[in-house]
Design a protein around this ligand. Sequence first.
Ligand code: FAD
Length: 513
Amino acid sequence: MELALFCTKVNILILVLALCSPCKFIQSPMDFGSSDFLHTRNTAASLDFGRLVFNSPSAVLKPRSPKDISLLLTFLSASSFGEVTVAARGAGHSIHGQAQALDGIVIEMDSIPSDIYIHKKGDDEAGFSHADISGGALWIELLEESLKVGLAPRSWTDYLYLSIGGTLSHGGVSGQTFKYGPQISNVLQLDVVTGKGELMTCSPTKNSELFYAVLGGLGQFGIITRARILLQDAPQKVRWARAFYDDFDTFTRDQELLLSMPDLVDYLEGFIVPNQLSLLGTSIAFPAHLGFVPEFHKVYYCIEFAVHDFQAKGTNAEQVVEKITKQMSHIPSLMYSVEVSYFDFLNRVRIEEMSLRSRGLWEVPHPWLNMFVPRSGIKDFKDLLLENISPEEFEGPILVYPLLRDKWDANTSAVLPDAPAEQVVYIVGVLRSATPASCPARCLDDILRRNRRIVEAASAPRIGAKQYLPRHPSPLHWPDHFGRRWNRFTARKSLFDPLSLLAPGQGIFTRTH
Ligand code: FAD
């Protein structure tokens, strides 16, 4: 397979695509504005955070504007380009090649300027403060810009170097989700280029089918070129607390206690601590000042929560944390809290990234697994997980924390477990690093096999879990994944990307002619 693309900066692009199997030449003059089209092999476009899948595209488009993307998709959907597919690439933090396009075209979304516009609502104005931002911009950019006027988005991911379009295509969850819903519940409007090349503005009241399809839609319906994100007043500081447990039931009971206090708690997460190694490079370790020596081979649990400090408005976060912890049942004395700036709190994973990078432990394979687990199945899931991961050797954090189903809009494409009567759903993130020392190449296959075993066992009705950031071994598994929402998902696909051009790396649909 060979592809040659020539681009002139005078707006005329001659595409010469030579696609083998079957070999085809397509020659067409096109205007791609000032975009760059690169002939590529082995570039960043075939690499992601997972370092498990390395599919090379034939070309990379660096658009300068949404119009360039629209032109490409209009052209591809109107021509008989056979197998060519297109993947938007945000920050490339997928695990299993979801932003890759084997022999297709990858669109580097970060080449469109971030172009952030903040609207701060006046006191007598209805509605919300909000930000308009490009789909390829990073959440960290939005935080930096909005803090300049004392505002910030309500709902976050733990790590901020992810793109707006990349997380809105999945959900976007973190410790604020129990209170405000995922990031996809905090979007007011989107600009989207559909698989047919139409550039559309959509919201809950305008082109709403496209709006809800795209949110949590795994990149299947369109490319998000701009998003309007809801903002709120940002605190200057945060009181960040951790409490440790040696009993899972007590741990989850306390998590649910905090879940019931949205007026006091601003952030709620938790971790399984299978061994000290699992905390390598993370800030979750038992702090030395507590003088605690963990028992060998014993699994611990940690609740992490935070309270925003609005001293000027009369909230003293330290007192609030004290009030909350009095009601909790953690191991006596194994609790601590610190005051940090709001920016440092939200950007906490960056510090861990720097520490891991400095030790060569960031750019390693990441056989991650993320699942939503109904409350009724969380204990069985924890047992299943610990049976399958060799707790003594596990490297990386295991996140476990509760969310509330009614904070998710059922119109979006995001999938939660089918247990509508259960309000509380846990998200579990098994964020394993396969460092060369702990996991030579062969062991990666073993971890991936075990992950699959966990997914299959946990998806059975006894637990009823669903994957978040899902990965399935073949397209045949997707109808089960979506369950009763599969028909709606496929109908939306026919409407917005009938040739299945978009996001082939998700492995859901096959390109049609
Ligand atoms: P990419 O990997 O670039 O793309 C992911 C998918 O979205 C692809 O299918 C791609 O084609 C599609 N896509 C990308 N941009 C667009 C667009 N503009 N329009 C339409 N489709 C698009 N997730 C959480 O919810 N919470 C977390 O706390 C969290 N923490 C993370 C921490 C790390 C270190 C990593 C590596 C991942 C984390 N994730 C988290 C997962 C992350 O949200 C997803 O992997 C997300 O897709 C990454 O965004 P990205 O910009 O890197 O997307």
